[in-house]
Ligand binder design. Sequence first.
Ligand code: C2E
Ligand code: MG
Ligand code: MG
Ligand code: MG
Length: 275
Amino acid sequence: KEDGRNAIRFFNPAMQAVVDAHTRMEIGLRAALDNGGFHLLYQPQVDRQGRPAGAEALIRWSGPDGTTISPAEFIPLAEDTGLIVQIGQWVLDTACAQLARWQQSAATRHLSIAVNVSARQFRQADFVSLVRSAIERAGADPSRLKLELTESAILDDLDQSVTRMNQLRKLGIQFALDDFGTGYSSLSYLKRLPFAQLKIDRSFIHDMAEDEGSEAIVIAILSMSHALSLEVVAEGVETPIQREFLRLRGCELFQGYLFGKPLPIEEWQDFLAMV
Ligand code: C2E
Ligand code: MG
Ligand code: MG
Ligand code: MG
């Protein structure tokens, strides 16, 4: 065992490079908050008839060199540094403003917007009032706002999650449980929490065709969700075969490249005209 030498080993060049990259990224994220370096894409969610029911807002970062950086690359660091709180606030404000714009026109009034909320953001003591003020500032109808939470965000302090979610439910906000199946997935907590929707993680949808285990899990999630009166959203639907399999088993909503990639808001008008 050489554990005692870890402190010395830490500063090898490879690890120093990782630290430097993180520092650069943190500086970049702070700058992006100040100079409008983030934008949202909106991925369609469609109902069983293929009609658009809403969108999930997905953040993108236009990096210093003009490239687009995916949230998978920077959300973890934003969580570690706490920057996620400000980034999450920007996402909420931007999505609520878009929701209010959609609510002004008859053609888009029925659409909902789902916003991803990270664990650290959800655990802020004043999260409920932050969401309330974002909605009020934008003038959005809260019943069309969905907050997507993951198991890691809610299970840490279940009682507090129940309280917080119920307070937001009173405002009309709905909740979706994101990436279901990848985490802890205990069924017992689900009945305590006021979720309207459960989103099957796209890894299961992807593996359904080749892997009987994934197919069985998808079937089990659908029947369990329906027994608990939860709507199911299938993530990552890419083929008509996947869509039909899910439809036959009562899946309510569909999201995936088959229906539309995450789109800049300017492209939504064409998307809505096309379907
Ligand atoms: P998520 O919330 O599970 O979002 C779904 C991800 O699946 C998105 O990746 C979307 O582009 C991708 N996707 C959708 N349909 C398909 C498909 O048919 N095939 C494939 N291969 N992928 C598909 P994206 O936009 O890269 O986001 C990744 C994750 O980053 C999100 O997973 C979410 O956890 C996080 N994220 C995105 N935006 C935000 C945000 O504003 N705040 C927070 N806290 N997290 C965010
Ligand atoms: Mg999501
Ligand atoms: Mg997901
Ligand atoms: Mg995911």
